[in-house]
Ligand binder design. Structure first.
Ligand code: SF4
Length: 230
């Protein structure tokens, strides 16, 4: 595992738990609004070793209630299943954040019972991810991940950052069949601090206003068990 960051405790990254948070290095997307741009490069700096994370968890048993694994994109780490096995063997529940691009990794983790909670970003319609990718289309992979997560039976959340042109009321209508039955959906307001591509927001990108966000909520919320705007 290559970790680009580590946060010893967080009250907001694992629903209902005080969790430690590890940030994996490397992402296969390049979202202009990414708030962790230093984590996108595949060969970034290793800030903490796997052994140090495991030792920290061992010492904090009873104080820390779980581990949240975020990125970057954690499913790109080839040792992720092995790392999750070690964390679970210590008795810690795991929450995984993912962009949904590696459904085969998600399937393996779910089948092995290694995850307790998943949060997946849905950035736009799966057929419209091209501006966020450096290589091929991921439409099928993204749709497969969404179905896997909804059918997993574990706690899960989908979340969309409210940035034009990626999401709109019209696009939300097309998302309905994909997210129907999801346990939780979160619309996240756009924040313009520490962006991967600030230039994008000088040209065509912008955060949606409250009215636009509420219109999207009206479209999506009848189809999910719970819905939040944060
Ligand atoms: S927002 Fe997430 S998926 Fe997008 S570039 Fe950043 S880490 Fe990758």
């Amino acid at each position: 595992m290559i970790f680009g960051g580590f946060q010893k405790n967080s009250m907001i990254d694992f629903p209902g738990k005080i969790a430690a948070l590890v940030f994996t290095q490397g992402c296969n997307f390049h979202c202009p609004y990414c708030h962790n741009p230093a984590l996108i490069a595949m060969k970034g700096k290793q800030n903490i070793s796997e052994e140090e994370v495991l030792l920290f968890l061992k010492k904090r048993k009873g104080l820390i209630e779980g581990l949240a694994i975020t990125g970057g994109e954690p499913t790109l780490q080839k040792n992720l299943p092995d790392f999750c096995e070690k964390v679970k063997a210590m008795g810690f529940p795991i929450k995984l954040d993912t962009n949904g691009s590696r459904p085969e990794v998600l399937r393996g983790l779910l089948t092995a019972g290694l995850l307790d909670c998943i949060a997946m970003d849905i950035k736009t319609l799966p057929s419209e991810y091209a501006p966020l990718l450096s290589d091929h289309s991921m439409e099928h992979a993204l749709e497969t991940s969404i179905r896997l997560i909804i059918e997993s039976g574990i706690d899960h959340e989908f979340r969309t950052t409210c940035v034009f042109p990626f999401i709109s009321e019209e696009k939300a209508k097309s998302l309905v069949p994909l997210i129907r039955g999801a346990r939780r959906f979160a619309l996240q307001s756009f924040s313009d601090t520490s962006l991967y591509n600030p230039d994008f927001f000088n040209k065509k990108g912008r955060g949606l206003d409250d009215h636009e966000i509420n219109r999207i909520k009206t479209v999506l919320s009848p189809h999910t068990e719970s819905f939040i705007i944060r």
